[in-house]
Design a protein around this ligand. Sequence first.
Ligand code: GLN
Length: 259
Amino acid sequence: MKKQVIALTMAAIMMGSLTACGGSGKTAETTAAAGEAAGGVLTMATNAEFPPYEYHDNNEIVGIDVEIANALAEKLGMTLEIEDIAFDSIIPEIDSGKADIGLAGMTVNEDRLKNVDFSDPYTTASQVIIVKDDSDIAGPDDLEGKSIGVQLGTTGDIYASDYEETGSTIERYSKGFEAVQAMMQGKIDAVVIDLEPAKVFVEENEGIKILDEALTVEEYAIAVKKGNTELLEKINTALAELKESGELQKIIDKYISAE
Ligand code: GLN
C-alpha cells in the first residue's frame, strides 16, 4: 500500500515534471513564434539573382527589395533576415511558415493568390524580350517556333509557355542570367524576362538588346502566408507610409534611373 502510494506519487511527480517540461518547451516555442510576429525577426525569402531588386554585391545581398524590406522591418520594430533560395521555392517557404515574407520582384497573379496573400503593390513591371543584336526576332509574333529561355516558375515562364503550341521550345533556367548567357552562346533564340533585370543584363553585356514592345503589365507585391492578416495589415500600413513619405520612390530611384 505504502509502496503503491509512493509509486503513484512518483508517477504524479514524473508526469508533473514531464508536463512542466513539455509545457515550458511549448511555451518557449510559442514565445519564439510570437516574437517573430512582433518585435523579433522578419524573415524575407528571395532569390538574389534579379538585379536591381535583389542581387549579390560581393558578399552582400542588396537591391530595391532588400531596402524596402529593411525599411518595413524598421517600421515593424523587427530585424530583417534574408533567405536566398530558388525563385520557385519562395511561395512554399512562406506557405510552410519558414519565411514571413516573400520579396522578390514577385508579380501578383491568380495562381499565386491561391497559395499566398499579397500586400498592396509597390511597383509596376512588364515582361520583355531580349535578343541578340542581329536577331530576326523583332516582336512577340516572331517568338513562334523559336527556342525561348526563361527563369523557371516566373511570369516570363508562364508567358512564354503559351508559345509551346506554336512549336516553340521553352528552356527553363534557375537564374535569369543563365538564360541570357545561353542566348549569347547561341543555344537559344530569345529570353523573356522582367524589364528591369533585362536592362541590367543588356547594359552589362555586348551584342544583345531589348525589344521595344512590352508583353505584359504586372505589379510587384510582398507575399505573406495565406490568412496572416495581422502581418499583412502591418506591412500594408508600413508600405503606405513609405509611399507617402517618398521613401519608397527614393529607394527605387537609387537603383533605376528615370528615362
Ligand atoms: N516578376 C517575375 C515573377 O514574379 C519574376 C520574378 C523573379 O524572377 N524574381 O514571376
